[in-house]
Unconditional design. Structure first.
Length: 159
């Protein structure tokens, strides 16, 4: 009787394991297919990548560089004004938009942001707001969640 129960349990475990592996593989293939079939030509305007959940450690007054992908579907970024708001722990030193790749349906840019944190301690910023103003539109996007840990340089630090 104990052997039958043991065989039943082992069989169920093996069946569950194969089922989970099969489901995982079929889900990843379905997601991959959806991504490959996405029609970028239906997107209008500018997309700013904003799904950030980041931790940054830096020393006080040390330059921190962040790069944000920006996608232009209507060639609007040829003339634009860029502003970053709510970095209340320091200074926004530079915002520079650089063209990277040209595709059939859009142009890819990288927005280089240079920040100088001035307040020591742990800072959770979930309201960093990027505004890109073009001749045609204004785009506002919150840039995810940023956790800054700002310390003080104790020894021979170069800044």
């Amino acid at each position: 009787m104990n052997k039958k129960i043991l065989y039943l349990i082992i069989s169920l475990l093996i069946l569950c394991t194969f089922s989970l592996v099969f489901l995982k593989n079929s889900n990843s293939k379905a997601n991959q297919s959806e991504e490959e079939d996405f029609n970028f030509s239906s997107v209008k305007g500018i997309l700013i990548y904003s799904f950030w959940d980041s931790y940054i450690f830096a020393n006080k007054n040390e330059e921190v560089k962040i790069q944000i992908p920006v996608y232009d579907f209507d060639s609007e970024l040829k003339s634009s004004n860029i502003k970053l708001e709510n970095f209340h722990i320091g200074e926004v030193k530079d915002l520079e938009l650089t063209p990277k790749n040209k595709f059939k349906d859009f142009d890819q840019y990288i927005l280089d942001i240079t920040l100088i944190p001035e307040k020591e301690g742990q800072h959770n910023l979930d309201d960093l707001r990027l505004t890109i103003t073009t001749e045609e539109n204004e785009y506002n996007q919150t840039l995810g969640k940023w956790n800054f840990e700002i310390g003080v340089c104790q020894h021979s630090c170069r800044i």
